[in-house]
Design a binder for this molecule. Structure first.
Ligand SMILES: [Cu+2]
Length: 393
């Protein structure tokens, strides 16, 4: 309703301005026989001014672009990729940027130069031709070759990234997305994730793992993702409610989390968290962030609020689909460490089965444990309308 009112006001304002300009035009009476600036036909001076203004605009465009690149053109996602395939993605990005910049520099310069060179001059007539096959051929074939090259390189990179050899020694980890947070599940010793479905969500079994599936017995649910460096990990991605997107910027990895299906992305981390913290560019970023943060912290303390802790570099999973009100805050910390550190950490994590059993001891009415020790949810109904309402609101 408010938007409709705003729209009506904007339309009425437009009509008012239009009427005012008409009145203004009517008041500009020109005396017959006298040269008047109010003439609607452009004279030599108008044409020259417009011709030079085109150059002025071109200069403005590039001075602004080059100044922006020099001042803010720090591209943290074009270097320091922390995964094996990351370099391919970065190269594709850099090549695309260079090609786009070169092509637009050439075309914009030509466009503005032609506008200047062909400006109206008294007595000069425009040269007209209906078509020119050679020109048509050139501006068709050159983009075709350049774009095919880029697309083929992209496809080659993508198939290489997405291909997982069946014999390869990989680690399976499930990433579970929901409004608004992430959970992860390790496949355990058997390296097979137990089946899961949203209908099994109950109590501590927040990912809806089917505990009657024997493969689920050793699955480990965590809220922080740890990965051993140099080991290929296959992320199996599910969503509880709406579309989310698993985005691991430092590893150049992204895949949608789609309700009702399992998507996957495989990558090999190559740099541990502590190695990344030592990189000069990361140290500089952290320093800059903390300079802003300490200012903010001082302001908070002055107001009697709690101060902020200093920022420390960490890999993260972010959500890259606008999935609702708290989308911006959907993140999970990722720790890349040596295989030994990873194994020690994993050893300390409890299996989902143990956690559920410990909780069901407190007699949860809807859950019982069968003879094999598996927790079986009874009459679990999931109110999916509640989630939809939240999205619409
Ligand atoms: Cu999300």
């Amino acid at each position: 309703m408010t938007s409709l009112l705003i729209l009506i006001v904007v339309v009425l304002l437009g009509i008012a301005v239009w009427q005012l300009t008409k009145i203004f035009d009517l008041t500009q009476i020109s005396v017959p026989g006298e040269a008047s600036d109010a003439s609607e036909i452009a004279n030599e001076r108008d044409n020259n001014v417009n011709g030079y203004l085109m150059f002025g605009f071109l200069a403005f465009l590039y001075i602004l672009t080059i100044y922006s690149i020099a001042k803010w053109g720090h591209f943290p996602l074009l270097t320091n990729a922390a995964s094996e395939h990351g370099e391919t993605v970065d190269n594709l990005m850099i090549i695309s940027l260079v090609v786009i910049f070169a092509v637009q520099l050439l075309t914009q310069t030509l466009l503005h130069w032609f506008a200047f060179a062909s400006r109206g001059i008294a007595g000069r007539k425009a040269f007209y031709f209906a078509d020119n096959d050679r020109l048509e051929f050139m501006w068709t074939i050159i983009p075709v070759i350049v774009l095919s090259g880029l697309i083929l390189y992209g496809l080659y990179g993508w198939t290489n990234i997405m291909f997982v050899d069946e014999d390869e020694d990989v680690m399976y980890v499930e990433i579970y997305a929901k409004q608004f947070g992430w959970e992860a599940r390790y496949a355990g010793e058997d390296n097979v994730l137990g089946k899961a479905n949203v209908r099994f969500i109950e109590g501590v079994n927040t990912m809806g793992v089917d505990m009657s599936d024997p493969n689920a017995a050793d699955d480990i649910a965590v809220s922080e993702l740890h990965l051993p460096v140099g080991k290929k990990v296959v992320l199996r991605i599910r969503s509880q409610d709406v579309l989310h997107s698993v985005y691991l910027p430092h590893f150049r990895a992204q895949m949608n989390a789609v309700p009702g299906m399992v998507t996957q992305f495989a990558f090999t981390p190559t740099i541990t968290t502590s190695e990344m913290r030592e990189k000069p560019s990361v140290i500089e970023d952290v320093y800059n962030i903390n300079a802003i943060r300490s200012k903010e912290s001082a302001e908070r303390i002055a107001k009697g609020e709690e101060g902020l802790d200093p920022y420390e570099f960490n890999y993260v999973i972010l959500c890259n689909k606008i999935c609702g009100a708290s989308h911006y805050n959907m993140q999970m910390r990722v720790v890349v460490e040596s295989e030994k550190e990873f194994n020690n950490w994993l050893k300390d994590q409890k299996t989902l089965k143990t956690t559920i059993a410990a909780n069901s001891d407190n007699t949860d009415a809807n859950v019982h444990v069968d003879e094999a020790g598996f927790v079986v949810p009874e009459n679990v109904t999931v109110d999916s309308t509640a989630v939809v309402a939240q999205v619409i609101k």
